[in-house]
Design a protein around this ligand. Structure first.
Ligand SMILES: Nc1ncnc2c1ncn2[C@@H]1O[C@H](COP(=O)(O)OP(=O)(O)OP(=O)(O)O)[C@@H](O)[C@H]1O
Ligand SMILES: [Mg+2]
Length: 508
């Protein structure tokens, strides 16, 4: 009967979850039906990850009830969730680096009483991958795989555990446009096989293109659930933030600022000893935003590392106001006014176990800004400074002493971004600066980058988000296979797309 098919698979009723100083979920109602892709969206800190962690048994709700196929269930831990065929892919993957894809997938779920040969394991995993339209080599070592591919392994893992309900928390934030297309192909295939998918994302275009329905949370409360075929970006934005949004676009400027940064024939090798950057030359002027567009893994990470002192180039020069930065230490780069919004905030951006206050002044506490105060006075000054930052960047935290780990993903990113404004700067290297931010926060960061460039700071923007690169940059350079190619004055999406795939006309 059709009614039965539409009956909720999972129903979360009046779920409330409190943390010290935070009401993360406030009598939330959320339900998904079998065979749908259901979007879950809302601003940073709205309560999405907490709600899904409750469904996956990582947190216990203070009150409320979960029903599975109409029957009440207690999900006290992830093992229970898996037993109930609910699986979750987190933003931070949990795979064993020096094992193969197939070994990671079956680990802990080997068929009992049977010793499988590795060839059998990989052919089994290959079957699962094929059924889910997931492109992967079962014999590849995890450590050799880029993030986007590791995500596929995580998805395979929960499929192998027979999950019928798949929770994906911001899966697209680590993916390139091509990776997103591939993921969507898999998700559609899985939905058509009757799986239920809960998909968290900040990009409304993604929600609109992949979901059947979507639920919006705001400040821990359910705002509503809509059919995707009957909604649009405006309505969803309004449900999320309570008002409309005007996207930031930058009026293009002719560059007449002073030359700040000049890369000359930079060559670098990556961690695996492979050449990642070859003969990279470019110029960046004061007040200019230079966009670097490219598919992840084409050398942009190494370029950023070379410019920030995190990687020594094998040859070439990096002249910043006449000083060669090649092989300089990260601290020295900082002292020359180079600030960095790192793409991997957990690895380089923040110390999760430090307080918000400590992270907001990390590495800068000896700065002139804070110097010359006696320690009592200095601490009072720092506390005031930190509170201002929290206020200005709307970092949602109970207070400045809160441990950064307990902040929502987007709020951790705000801490990273806020910190670059601590010092006098010459050059900002912004790598995926709006990754994980909600629409409002992303617009805020974009406006801040424009503001910086208007003050004469040179900005290098590295982003996988073509819309973002096109909206902000004065000039765009495409990186492909370690080589830089300048684009025409006003490149179209198509031109950029082709260059990003290496389909370049010979310009020499
Ligand atoms: N373990 C925790 N301890 C204390 N507070 C927490 C904890 N986990 C989450 N919170 C708080 O609960 C609120 C909701 O967080 P949640 O992670 O669900 O947000 P989110 O909607 O996923 O946001 P984002 O888009 O930034 O990922 C936030 O204010 C967050 O700081
Ligand atoms: Mg989250």
């Amino acid at each position: 009967m059709t009614e039965d098919k539409r009956a909720p698979t999972v129903e979360m009723v009046e779920i409330t979850k409190r943390f010290p100083g935070v009401l993360a979920n406030d009598r939330v109602n959320f339900s998904v039906t079998q065979g749908e892709i259901h979007g879950l969206l809302g601003e940073n800190g709205a309560g999405k990850s907490v709600l899904m962690s409750i469904l996956y048994g990582l947190y216990r709700p203070d009150s409320g009830q979960i029903y599975l196929h109409g029957a009440p269930v207690q999900i006290n831990n992830p093992a229970k969730a898996i037993g109930l065929k609910i699986g979750m892919v987190h933003q931070h993957f949990m795979l064993i680096p020096n094992m193969t894809v197939a070994e990671n997938v079956v680990l802990g779920f080997e068929p009992p009483g049977l010793v499988l040969r590795s060839r059998d394991i990989s052919s089994r995993v290959a079957q699962f991958a094929a059924a889910a339209k997931i492109k992967i080599d079962p014999n590849a070592m995890i450590e050799a795989l880029p993030l986007g591919t590791r995500q596929r392994v995580e998805i395979l893992k929960i499929l192998y555990r027979q999950a019928d309900v798949l929770i994906l928390d911001e899966p697209t934030s680590v993916l390139t446009p091509q990776g997103i297309d591939d993921l969507f192909t898999s998700l559609r295939a899985l939905r058509d096989q009757g799986k239920t998918i809960i998909f968290i994302a900040h990009k409304l275009k993604e929600i609109l293109s992949i979901c059947d329905r979507a639920t919006v949370l705001r400040r821990g409360k359910t705002i509503g659930t809509v059919e995707i075929s009957r909604t649009d970006e405006n309505e969803l934005t309004e449900m999320m933030i309570g008002s409309k949004m005007v996207p930031t676009r930058r009026a293009k400027k002719a560059s007449n600022g002073k030359l700040i940064l000049q890369g000359e024939e930079i060559t670098a090798i990556n961690d695996r000893g492979v050449v990642a950057l070859t003969g990279a030359s470019f110029q960046l002027h004061a007040g200019e935003i230079l966009g670097i567009a490219g598919i992840e893994g084409n050398g942009q990470t190494e370029l950023v590392e070379v410019l920030t002192g995190l990687r020594r180039p094998t040859s070439g020069k990096i002249m910043l106001n006449g000083v060669d930065l090649a092989g300089i230490s990260p601290k020295a780069a900082l002292d020359h006014g180079v600030r960095h919004i790192p793409e991997d905030r957990h690895q380089r951006g923040i110390v999760l176990d430090f307080s918000v206050m400590e992270n907001l002044i990390l590495g800068d506490h000896e700065q002139p800004l804070f110097k010359g105060f006696l320690s009592q006075l200095k601490y009072r000054f720092i506390r005031r400074f930190v509170d201002q930052r929290i206020d200005e960047f709307q970092i949602q935290t109970p207070n400045r002493e809160t441990v950064t780990r307990s902040l929502s993903g987007g709020n951790q990113q705000r801490v990273v971004v806020a910190r670059i404004f601590n010092r006098e700067l010459t050059l900002v290297i912004a790598a995926q600066p709006t990754r994980g931010l909600d629409v409002k926060a992303a617009e805020y960061v974009r406006r801040k980058l424009i503001e910086l460039s208007d003050q004469g700071v040179a900005v290098l923007l590295v982003s996988a988000d073509l819309d973002e690169v096109m909206a902000l940059s004065d000039r765009i350079i495409v990186i492909f296979n370690g080589k830089l190619t300048a684009t025409s004055d006003r490149p179209t999406r198509r031109e950029l797309g082709l260059l990003m795939l290496g389909e370049t006309k010979d310009r020499s």
